[in-house]
Write a protein of this length. Structure first.
Length: 213
């Protein structure tokens, strides 16, 4: 299992080796998904200055997706773009670690800062080319509050109108997106989402139930 000291030592050794090989522009992160408290999923990190994260910080979008999705549907993501809070562009790879039952128990991520390389795009195109369908790079967060804020912002963008103008159906659609994104795995997310959309927690849960039908 991922929580054994042998495996943590192995991934720590691998993270250090990769960080040394590719230099201080390369962040290596290990998320432990066997922890009861996913608010502190990061257990190994090298070159955390790139995203300003550290051991004990919380999950990213892909962590919530891995916890929420059917394990058979979770696939490794290779060479896609992400973005830090201060606007730096990263080329990222996310590898899902599984146990003998195919359950996702960890995430090993590589984030390489290509911001400066992008200024020399023509010369180094083969190095920084990314196989991605996203229109905008996904922002990397380092705590669950920022992550939940991002997901709420995305749910509003999906509906295409501010909360004050949303109908019931609009709010149901926004909450469907949040539920599908794993937002409600975050501790006390229900309180924040209810307050943001101006509904009671009872109404929130009824909207979630509507989405399950």
């Amino acid at each position: 299992m991922l929580t054994t000291s042998l495996d943590i030592n192995l991934f720590t050794q691998l993270a250090k080796g990769l960080a040394r090989q590719f230099g201080d522009h390369c962040e290596i992160v290990l998320h432990d998904l066997t922890k009861e408290d996913i608010d502190s999923s990061i257990v190994v990190i090298e070159n955390g200055h790139i995203t300003n994260r550290k051991i004990g910080d919380g999950p990213s979008h892909v962590v919530l997706e891995a916890l929420h999705e059917d394990p058979s549907l979770v696939k490794d993501r290779l060479g896609y773009l992400t973005k830090t809070a201060d606007g730096r562009i990263l080329k990222s790879t996310t590898l899902f670690i599984r146990d003998d039952d195919n359950k996702v128990i960890g995430i090993f991520a590589i984030n390489y800062d290509i911001t400066e390389l992008m200024m020399f795009d023509t010369a180094v195109r083969s190095l920084i080319s990314c196989d991605t369908k996203e229109k905008q790079p996904e922002r990397i967060t380092h705590n669950v509050n920022d992550l939940l804020d991002d997901l709420i912002e995305q749910s509003v963008a999906l509906v295409g109108k501010p909360v004050a103008l949303m109908t019931k159906d609009d709010k149901v659609a926004a909450i469907r997106f949040l539920n599908d994104s794993g937002a409600f795995l975050i501790t006390k997310s229900g309180d924040k989402v209810s307050k943001f959309f101006g509904i009671s927690k009872y109404t929130l849960y009824s909207y979630i139930d509507v989405n399950k039908r």
